[in-house]
Design a protein around this ligand. Structure first.
Ligand code: FES
Length: 250
């Protein structure tokens, strides 16, 4: 900490997707309960570095400010974290902020997570209930099934599990744990099961579940404590059964 009333924040900056990166240091007043987003808002109000040089405000994504939307994930002191729930007083100082490394940088701390959303599309991570007429009530789920599914429904697509996955990088097409968790969720839903074969088929191709190295970093870092390794095991079993049934039907 620079002194007892301010906190020093060192930020990796990159003004364009392909441009060079540099570090800038800022000092902001330390207030009780201040989080990283609050500190970034203060910097935006007065974008002057610790050396007194005028600069441009730091770009970052944030929306819900209550760890629900997942948009504010960034690397804080070397570890991916939601900026809205990262309290300054709990962090080692000076604080270092960097964009996530597994997604292309848009600007400063903003990254492009399109790959994650494309992969969710690839496995049809939804339940097809759209229609122009009343489809009627869906099938009932037992309390036990609902509780089991709820863990996976808590995913906020922040990408933290992908940031720590050794198999997820620009050389691979691995879909990663977040997507496998959603396959587990939708394949267990009575209506979602209708598309289970398509989801499992998608996981047989490039970037599918066979590319998981089972490092288990995903389950350690998940901010929502989703049992991701359980999802990977269960979906792996489903893929195996799907392949065997395919052989038997030939
Ligand atoms: S702003 Fe939504 S998770 Fe942080």
């Amino acid at each position: 900490m620079a002194d007892s009333k301010t906190v020093e924040i060192r930020i990796k900056r990159q003004l364009t997707p392909d441009g060079p990166s540099r570090r800038e240091t800022f000092r902001v007043p330390l207030r009780p309960g201040l989080n990283i987003i609050g500190a970034l808002m203060m910097i935006a109000e007065n974008p002057v570095t610790a050396e007194g040089r005028q600069t441009v405000p730091v770009s970052y994504d944030a929306n819900c400010l209550e760890e629900v939307c997942g948009s504010c994930a960034m690397v804080i002191n070397g570890k991916v974290h939601m900026a809205c729930s990262a309290l300054i007083e709990r962090l080692d100082q000076p604080i270092r902020l960097e964009p996530m490394s597994r997604f292309p940088v848009v600007r400063d701390l903003q990254v492009d997570r399109s790959r994650l959303f494309r992969d969710l599309q690839r496995v049809k991570a939804w339940i097809p209930i759209d229609g122009t007429y009343d489809l009627g009530p869906g099938p009932r789920m037992s309390q036990r099934e609902q509780e089991a599914a709820y863990h996976f429904a808590r995913c906020i697509s922040c990408g933290s599990c992908l940031e720590v996955c050794p198999q997820y990088n620009d050389q691979t097409q691995f879909v990663g744990a977040a997507v496998l968790g959603q396959v587990r969720l939708f394949n267990s839903h009575p209506t979602g099961q209708m598309n289970a074969p398509e989801r499992l088929e998608a996981l047989l191709g490039p970037g599918g579940i066979h590319e998981c190295g089972y490092a288990q970093n995903c389950v350690e870092i998940c901010p929502k404590d989703i049992p991701l390794t359980q999802a990977i095991s269960e979906v792996g079993g489903q893929v195996m059964r799907h392949v065997l049934l395919g052989f038997l039907r030939k």
